[in-house]
Ligand binder design. Structure first.
Ligand code: WT7
Length: 666
């Protein structure tokens, strides 16, 4: 558990409480009574929320939990996710409402799409995909920058019932290839590149490499559909590559949408687990849309006629799926979508965008908040942020200082902050305050939303008393829950449902504590998963990447506390003898070479902050690496109990190395 004892003692002293602002409470979408009503009849509650969507065939049964942990929601119901996110708003007379204020990174490069325009684009893209041979059930990989076409591509896939798998544009060719292979994608949608930090950054070369790699592993990609964004040169394969503007623009804007079964797969999103192989989280259509749209409406108190919503997440992560594409669009929201980085061309870029569009609801991650804290209050102070009425946080525990800064500096000392806990697996927000109903405490996600059951339990699954810590569990199914891991039912059962099998609880992998009021405080992962800038990385995956380098014999990776990114990747590496000189010393540029190698294998986000070349790793007698001890070193602490080490002198050797400064930080 990362830093749990420090976090525990800090939060014991947290006495600040913030009540909902009166005007927000008076007009809140959800009121106090929802908790009790949902608790008395969860299925009835979710059925009521399902009525917020347009269905073809209505469901016969709200929840089928006859064969746990395999849930079916809204059994027998049919719907189309794209129609619910787009067409129905046009049909309801809101065609002129802006769906997306898109902001490119280069200044003055903007584009507004109304719901009517979005419908036309999604229909054209669906027609083009059909022409290219995409059929219901086919998997489509999407590897894109933050462009309107990214959302359009996802919705076009959803319209056809072709599950998409969006791979974050910052991931490497290898990461893309492994996902293409795992889910058997035959089409990749990408762009020539996107703008990042003021310069065009290429994507197509990584796709070319990934498609070749996938072919080596038996997965043939037939078509690569390429959006022209930057205009940079690309290698072109006539038999396979198709320009988006050539395939899509000339299509008819009419498209008859098929109704899909509520349990039809909507998408697969890969996320890191405790082993090296990413897990393909499967989300299906009906329950996912019910869960994401209701929580988006409730947690952010969305008023679609007047609010301007902005979620800063990239579409390559689940937050971008649930709270940039499906949730907000299903609710007919007007939102901002921004292509680039927060500091391009200046550190006030985000706040300039808030001012320009009059953003009212703002949703970001603690790592970004801490970065802005570092940059100083004078940066946001230059802009008018008075339109903001709800602030959200997601991705990792928000430290009380960051919470207070966010509320004070961005929220003028009066805007409620909702700290939303959820996961790729849960699909929807699970634990969060409701800004017009419940009060907030800096650092706490507070309690489960109406319709959701969460608790903190001990090793035996017994609820811990208030004031104590344990493991976070979810005690009953929820509509947007993952249905399985793509192609791996066994791993699905094992990872989430085996630990508390006798109780039927979902094990989230997070440590948590209940304070004296019973409110929940998240304390970080309890498994070998790191949280870097709100993104999950697996220690094993990075270790495998390091070991795949010819000069590395063995590697151990830990997540060490980091002021800005929450956790940072720290690696301990044993070199092969052939990589060292006669004295056993490593070549000067090796650390850089290894860091770049990890970036190439996984993506820049996984690049270790620090690599230490060590002669040995601390292992138990059974050969398990004791990461706890390495973490002590990485966090510059006194090394803990070494009595279970096979060779207790190993830690002395590592400490000696550290003192000699055999590491590299940047
Ligand atoms: C893990 C899930 C949910 C979208 C972003 C990350 C941590 C997430 C919070 C929060 C404390 C949080 C947990 C969780 N986490 N939100 N509000 N407070 N921790 O999605 O990559 O699936 O990671 O992120 O450890 O298990 P993800």
């Amino acid at each position: 558990m990362n830093d749990s004892s420090a976090a525990l003692s800090n939060l014991m002293h947290e006495e600040r409480r913030f009540e909902p602002p009166a005007e927000l409470a008076d007009a809140a979408n959800v009121t106090e009574e929802a908790y009790e009503r949902a608790d008395a009849d969860p299925e009835g509650f979710w059925a009521e929320q399902a009525e917020r969507l347009d269905w073809g065939q209505k469901w016969e049964r709200v929840l089928d939990w006859d064969d746990p942990p395999f849930a079916k929601w809204f059994v027998g119901g049919t719907l189309n996710a794209a129609v619910n996110c787009v067409d129905r708003h046009v049909d309801a007379g809101h065609g002129d409402r802006v769906a997306i204020h898109w902001v490119g990174e280069p200044e003055d490069d903007t584009r507004d799409l109304t719901y009517a325009q979005l419908r036309d684009e999604v229909c054209r893209a669906a027609n083009a995909l059909t022409e290219l041979g995409v059929r219901k059930g086919d998997r489509v990989a999407i590897y894109m920058p933050m462009l309107p076409e990214t959302a359009i591509a996802m919705l076009a896939c959803a319209r056809l019932g072709a599950p998409h798998t969006v791979v974050f544009g910052g991931f490497s060719a290898d990461a893309l290839a492994s996902r293409v292979v795992d889910c058997g994608a035959s089409v990749v949608i990408t762009a020539d590149g996107g703008y990042r930090r003021g310069a065009p950054s290429a994507l197509k070369p990584a796709v070319d490499e990934a498609v070749a790699k996938a072919a080596d592993q038996g997965q043939q990609v037939e078509t690569v559909l390429v959006v022209r964004r930057t205009g940079q040169d690309v290698d072109w394969n006539e038999d396979r590559d198709v320009w988006w503007h050539e395939a899509v623009d000339q299509q008819d804007s009419g498209h008859e949408a098929e109704l899909h079964d509520a349990e039809h797969p909507l998408y697969v999103m890969y996320t890191s687990g405790t082993t090296g192989k990413p897990k393909g989280i499967l989300h299906t259509t009906g329950g996912y849309l019910v869960g994401t749209s209701w929580t988006h409406w409730a947690v952010f108190d969305l008023k679609p006629e007047t609010d301007v919503y902005w979620c800063t997440a990239d579409v390559g992560w689940v937050t971008g799926h649930s709270y940039l594409v499906y949730g907000p669009l299903a609710n007919g929201a007007t939102q901002v979508m921004y292509e680039g980085t927060p500091d391009s061309p200046h550190k006030g870029r985000w706040w300039e965008i808030v001012e320009k569009y009059g953003v009212t609801i703002f949703y970001t991650a603690p790592t970004a908040i801490r970065t802005f804290m570092k940059w100083g209050d004078d940066v946001p102070a230059k802009f008018d942020l008075s339109s903001i009425r709800v602030l959200g946080s997601v991705g990792e525990p928000i430290n009380p200082e960051a919470y207070i800064w966010y509320r004070e500096t961005i929220g003028a000392g009066k805007v409620p902050v909702v700290d939303t806990w959820w996961q790729t697996e849960t699909g929807q927000i699970m634990i969060s305050p409701l800004p017009g109903v419940t009060h907030g405490k800096p650092g706490s996600a507070m309690k489960a939303l109406p319709g959701v059951a969460a608790d903190v339990v001990d090793d035996h699954g017994e609820s811990v008393p208030n004031g104590s810590g344990g493991y976070l569990v979810l005690q009953r199914p929820w509509p947007a829950m993952l249905r399985t891991l793509w192609g791996d039912d066994e791993r699905f059962k094992e990872t989430y449902w085996s630990r508390y099998a006798d109780k039927g609880f979902y094990f989230a992998g997070d440590g948590a504590k209940k304070d004296e009021d019973g409110d929940i405080w998240l304390l970080g992962r309890v498994d070998d998963v790191m949280n870097v800038s709100g993104h999950r990385l697996s220690t094993t995956e990075i270790e495998s990447a390091l070991v795949s380098h010819a000069k590395v014999a063995e590697a151990a990776v830990v997540g060490a506390a980091d002021d800005t990114t929450g956790q940072a990747v720290c690696a301990f590496v044993i070199l092969r003898e052939s990589a060292t000189d006669d004295e056993g010393a490593a070549p000067d540029d090796l650390i850089k070479e290894l860091r770049d190698h990890v970036a190439k294998e996984i993506g820049a986000i996984a690049k270790p902050r620090q690599i230490m070349i060590v002669p040995e790793l601390p292992k138990t007698r059974s050969g398990k690496i004791m990461r706890r001890l390495l973490k002590d070193v990485a966090e510059h602490r006194e090394v803990g109990d070494v009595t279970t080490l096979a060779d207790s002198t190993v830690m002395d050797l590592i400490k000696k190395k550290e003192d000699a400064g055999s590491s590299d930080e940047d």
